[in-house]
Design a protein around this ligand. Structure first.
Ligand SMILES: Cc1ncc(COP(=O)(O)O)c(C=O)c1O
Length: 354
């Protein structure tokens, strides 16, 4: 048991907060004043420390740089209506982090380091949680192999770090996506369900090709001839077909999105039918053409809910109904935001109030 009550805090003498325009928060650009770090060595995690955010020095041989043992999380804290701060679904993020670490053969980060560390860090940087509409404090816990060796091996040493930064909306407009029919992101038995860095690095090339062709994102498939849809970029995907939310079922090739779970929970509670089932590119095309598919959107911590305006399937563009008619998406998104900001009761216990 790590004594997290001993987390030492050294505060920065020079806060950078006055340089930030909280009304114009480019995603991923600004980093809060402090970070938390803990080290795993000789079979033990050290008591974490909070210190001013800054560079860290490592040997060029650390194993993470060569063999990719690296896992991360992405979560958010929100300013509530009463001025308090809520951290969204901390324990669900921890559970996924642990699953990812296990798949990558990395040392588990003890719950108290993750949980108490997050809470303390957000407290220290509480001024960085934006109160502008649609903005939040994005929090990035991550761990990587820090042992200095160049032989291919499972690392015996790790570093766990948390930093955060205020963010605005991820996408500013509805998305044009292409069903990717040449490259795949993940396959059964692979690491698709884990939030490990390599999954993202491997996705850049097909994404770059799609962007050059004028699309914002790709819709990944399972790689089978029927092109069953999996997910998109850093989002799970949902389609409203005949009034029901249809979304691919979780598997070892799809990330178990915290936003996905939250949206499906809220939808079921509002009496909206939810179908977690496979959906092929052909079914997508047919449903759009017959007017049965009325909405498509991605869900994720960064994007929250991102509407899709166009889907390209096998070279053909399918345009969806106007986003203004996305009644299902808008209803659930508003419900989610109301819980996060404290304007609706948190009946599922999703918020950790700081
Ligand atoms: C590949 C991938 N799928 C889906 C998601 C959505 O997950 P969450 O809602 O937990 O952010 C993310 C973002 O974390 C992601 O990176």
């Amino acid at each position: 048991m790590i004594k997290t009550e001993k987390i030492s805090i050294s505060r920065t003498a020079r806060s950078r907060i006055k340089d930030i325009d909280f009304h114009n928060l480019e995603f991923g650009k600004y980093i809060s004043d402090h970070m938390l770090t803990s080290e795993y060595k000789n079979g033990e995690w050290s008591v974490p420390v909070i210190l001013p955010y800054g560079d860290i020095v490592f040997s060029p041989t650390i194993l993470a740089l060569h063999y990719g043992q690296m896992v991360f999380e992405g979560m958010k804290a929100f300013k509530m209506e009463d001025g308090k701060i809520s951290l969204f679904r901390k324990d669900k993020h921890y559970a996924r982090f642990s699953k990812s670490l296990e798949r990558m053969c990395m040392s588990q980060v003890p719950y108290e380091i993750f949980s108490d560390g997050l809470i303390e860090l957000v407290k220290v940087d509480a001024n960085w949680v934006p109160d502008t509409p649609g903005a939040a404090l994005y929090i990035r816990p991550f761990s990587f192999a820090s042992e200095e060796r160049f032989g291919v091996k499972v690392s015996d040493e790790y570093r766990f770090i948390i930093f955060s930064g205020p963010v605005g909306p991820y996408y500013s407009k509805a998305l044009k996506v292409r069903v990717e029919d040449k490259y795949i992101r993940a396959a059964p038995g692979g690491t698709g369900f884990a939030k490990c860095g390599g999954n993202y690095g491997a996705a850049f090339y097909p994404l770059q090709l799609a962007k050059k062709a004028g699309f914002d994102q790709v819709l990944w498939t399972d790689g089978s001839p029927d092109l069953y849809i999996e997910e998109s970029g850093t989002m799970n995907v949902m389609f409203v077909i005949d009034g029901a939310i249809v979304t691919p079922p979780l598997s070892d090739s799809i990330l178990d999105g915290v936003t996905r779970d939250s949206i499906l929970t809220l939808a079921k509670d509002s009496g909206i039918k939810v179908e977690e089932r496979r959906i092929s590119a052909k079914e997508l095309a047919d449903s759009i053409q017959k007017g049965k598919l009325t909405e498509a959107f991605g869900t994720g911590t960064a994007a929250v809910v991102a509407p899709i305006q166009l889907i390209n399937i096998k070279g053909k563009d399918y345009t969806l109904p106007p986003i203004a008619e996305n009644v299902v998406m808008t209803k659930i998104k508003n419900e989610l935001e109301a819980i996060r900001t404290g304007t609706a009761p948190d009946k599922y216990g999703w918020n950790t109030i700081i």
